[in-house]
Unconditional design. Sequence first.
Length: 111
Amino acid sequence: MLETLPVGPSAEACCAPSVGLEPALDAERIALVAKALSEPVRVQILDVLRRSSESVCQCELIALFEMRQSLLAHHMRKLVDAGLVNVERRHRWAYYSPSLEALKELTSWLN
């Protein structure tokens, strides 16, 4: 027979965390960013963009990561949709740069 735990003021106080929910936290946004970064290659791509002094052409990323353009486009779409990366079209090429605002947001939450 399973024993039921008492529910009441003493049980709630015992099990309550020392901090409550943060009302300013945009959990949906953080979850979207986390999902976009759930693939190691996307973390690596974002790191390359973050450390680059200028926008990076998709052709450079294709060569660096040794992947097909269609696969790179898939990963970049996830990063762009999450707001982590900005894209600029120049003729037939796409150039990518990190969203500084999104990186600040992520850093702020992690701190």
